[in-house]
Design a protein around this ligand. Sequence first.
Ligand code: 48F
Length: 262
Amino acid sequence: LIWKLRGAMELKIGRAIIRHGAEDLYEYSDVDVAIVGAGPSGLTAARYLAEKGLKVIVLERRFSFGGGIGPGGNMYPKIIVQEEALPILRDFKVRYKPAGDGLYAVDPAELIAKLAAGAIDAGAKILLGVHVDDVIFRGDPPRITGLLWIWTPIQMSGMHVDPLYIQTKAVVDATGHDAEVVSVAARKVPELGIQLQGEKSAWSEVSEKLVVEHTGKVAPGLYVAGMAVAAVFGLPRMGPIFGGMLMSGKKVAEIVAKDLAA
Ligand code: 48F
């Protein structure tokens, strides 16, 4: 009898996972906005886009979120945010301590948890363990209309397994230092004429401003936010100051929402 019960429970667990997991994948294979990367810029963008009633998915390669926030500054458990980004911290109810010179110290674990909770509570779906490796370029006039994805462990195994698709009205590359989506678009869709400039050496103040300034559309249907902006436009890196990432995420959300409403 005990054996039978165990078997029955395992059957139920397995079937519940398969049914509900497949339902989610089916539901989110067609979205308004697909954000690649659940770092600070991607999660911030997800919240402000979802809040506007758009159907948003965040595709994250790791089985966790936060991107570069977790390691703090060289693993000291603090990151820095400047004054201009405080309204975003307040939107997410993230606490901060004055650190002088218009800078504020933030706990990385709190920032990760609250950015993700903010995005999820606003209605965004975060899918973990998903590696995005290609784009779909289609239509008249042609634009980026979708992404191809594969489970990360399969991608890491090096075995060839064909990926699946997500159809979307807009893609946001929030993949950080390597700008992986823009990079694949530049390589595989030469007609877009994208030339990645590559990130330059550190200059925090300048980089924070320029990243936000250059945040936006790079091709029809394709947008860039966060450190990926530096890789695309050849801007300096900034180190463990994160206000620019948050402001870039908010700005890309405003631009995408406006474009989709037009
Ligand atoms: O790197 P990441 O945190 O990007 P970000 O939002 O913020 C950058 C800062 O963390 C920091 C900095 C500024 O202060 O210098 O580095 O620009 O997060 C990017 C996320 O994207 C995921 C990756 O695992 C990370 O969590 N990612 C990268 N490539 C892919 C991907 C891919 N091809 N498919 C899915 N996820």
